[in-house]
Design a binder for this molecule. Structure first.
Ligand code: NDP
Length: 501
């Protein structure tokens, strides 16, 4: 059987192997998930919440083993693996406890049909296909999986070919704890296995990865009109105004730009700093970046590890060389400091939007800093992007107002990435960052079939939904328009009430 050989990005040593499943095997997993979705979807919220809490406890009890495996496959320092696991556990817990409330049937106003009871209810979709990335190989897919399961769906998960082993282990833990067999299955393989899942008879695909592959997934899913949720990365801007706390802004910027080696869809990928404080900010940034320590994956005290994929190292080098050729200045790091899969964290200044480093997703440990002459210029440049995922603002009293001007799915104010750590906040972007939302109530509803029910509770003298109208129907309907929407008494009373409220 064809198999993937997974090598440590830090040492090149083999970490393990995983089978490459064929399209027929993917279809078989989806068929098993369809069977599982019956009893799993029929459980009460309380029963599913209990089962997911058991799953979470089992994951927590296996944390040491999972963190080691995550670091071995992905190359990140152990501390970052634990942070990823904590975020993952918080999603499982939130989805498990929140589903019943978020997905409870809701009564809504029947509007003009006052004799109706109008209700929105939510049912499981059935089977969800989740295609995950290698950068956060647990947190990102589980950010969909937990919500899909809590909403009553079965899940088939295709992990990246670079990081399949952690997914296999998590599916084993799910199999040992969840009461319905095949509720969560993993199908390992490369791109073709993912493509097979996108073509399979699933009810929704949740994909995280590049915009190019996202388009391919959407085209494959179109064959069956399978809906897709796309989380496609970003080019997150950070704005620093002249009244910001510069030390705090620099500290947050170092973390937001360099955590996980900058391989995060919500990494700070470009910074716009007010001219008056630009040099001071860059000095502070450089001081803090020089303090960071490299280290092998399992090293407890390392601040950054190896890049996960050699292909990504090439992209980072290309973006750096392009920027330098166009006039960017290296403050720390730079292309000469790349060794194998290790890239020294890099700060650039003198950057502009003719450079790839300011417009394309770099996905590496690079912080390019641009000087801006006004707040309007900062906002204009922040919004000058095909992406629109996360963003960040460091400012004084105007911070919230600036945040509202940024075209992005999420903004952190006087902080970075906070929106990703709060499970009740929906997560997703606009433009080339994709569409749909994971996490929060929106995430639970993404994996639900929305049902609208209109129940007639009594008869009224005017009934618009029958051909059996009285002779003066036109007169009555005209009167109704005048009364309700025109200058009639009902409309005037409604206006008064609206103004009053
Ligand atoms: P991809 O988009 O190619 O991979 C993401 C997932 O899709 C992986 O599981 C991959 O499997 C799978 N896949 C690949 N081809 C297909 C296909 N035809 N149909 C269905 N699924 C498929 O990302 P890359 O790993 O190539 O990274 C490229 C760029 O994407 C990065 O430079 C970065 O900019 C961005 N990215 C963004 C992420 C985010 O968090 N938004 C995460 C990762 C990357 P396999 O790995 O086995 O090929």
């Amino acid at each position: 059987m064809a198999e993937l050989v997974i090598k440590s990005p830090a040492t090149g040593a083999e970490v393990g192997r995983a089978p490459i499943l064929s399209p027929a095997e993917v279809d078989a997993a989806v068929a098993r998930a369809r069977v599982a979705s019956g009893p799993w979807g029929a459980m009460t919220f309380a029963q599913r919440s209990e089962a997911l809490s058991d799953f979470r406890r089992a994951l927590a009890n296996a944390a040491d083993e999972l963190a080691e495996l995550l670091s071995a496959e992905n190359g990140k320092p152990l501390a970052e693996s634990y942070v990823e696991l904590i975020a993952t556990l918080s999603h499982v817990g939130h989805a498990a406890t929140r589903a019943e409330k978020a997905l409870a049937p809701r009564k809504v106003s029947p509007g003009i049909l006052a004799n109706f009871r109008a209700t929105i209810s939510y049912a499981p979709l059935g089977v969800i296909g989740v295609i995950g990335p290698w950068n956060y190989p647990v947190q990102t897919p589980v950010g969909s999986i937990a919500y899909a399961l809590a909403a009553g769906n079965a899940v088939v998960w295709k992990p990246s070919e670079l990081t399949p082993l952690i997914a296999v282990r998590i599916a084993e833990i799910a199999a040992a704890t969840l009461p319905v067999r095949d509720t969560l299955q993993v199908v390992t393989g490369a791109g073709e296995t993912g493509a097979a899942l996108a073509r399979a008879a699933v009810d929704k695909i949740a994909f995280t990865g590049s915009a190019a592959t996202g388009k391919r997934v959407m085209m494959a899913a179109a064959e069956r009109l399978t809906p897709v949720l796309l989380e496609l990365g970003g080019k997150d801007p950070m704005i620093v105004t002249d009244d910001a706390d510069l030390e705090k802004a620099a500290e947050a910027c170092v973390f937001g730009g360099l955590t996980n080696n900058g391989q995060a869809c919500v990494s700070i990928e470009r910074v716009y700093v007010a001219a008056a404080v630009h040099d001071k900010f860059v000095d502070e940034l450089a001081k803090q970046v020089r303090e960071l320590k490299p280290g092998a994956a399992g090293n407890d005290s390392a601040d950054f590890g190896a890049m996960t994929s050699p292909g990504q190292v090439k992209i980072v080098r290309d973006h750096l060389e392009d920027a330098i050729a166009k006039g960017a200045k290296v403050i720390v790091g730079g292309p000469s400091e790349i060794e194998g899969n290790y890239i020294k964290p890099t700060i650039l200044t003198n950057v502009d939007h003719t450079m790839k480093i300011m417009v394309e997703e770099t996905f590496g440990p690079v912080i390019p800093v641009a000087k801006v002459n006004s707040l309007d210029e900062a906002v204009r440049l922040a919004n000058d992007s095909k992406f629109g995922l996360g963003s960040s603002v460091f400012a004084g009293s105007q911070a919230r107002a600036i945040a509202d001007r940024i075209r992005a799915g999420m903004t952190s104010v006087n902080s970075v990435m906070g929106f990703a750590g709060i499970p009740s906040l929906p997560f997703g972007g606009v433009g080339d960052s994709g569409f749909g939302r994971i996490h929060g109530d929106e995430g639970l509803r993404e994996f639900s079939r929305v049902k609208s029910t209109a129940e007639q509770t009594m008869s009224l003298p005017i009934n618009m939904m029958t051909f059996r109208q009285p002779k003066n129907a036109v007169q009555r309907l005209k009167g109704m328009i005048h009364q309700v929407y025109g200058d009639g008494t009902v409309a005037r009373v409604q206006d008064l009430v609206r103004k009053w409220l």
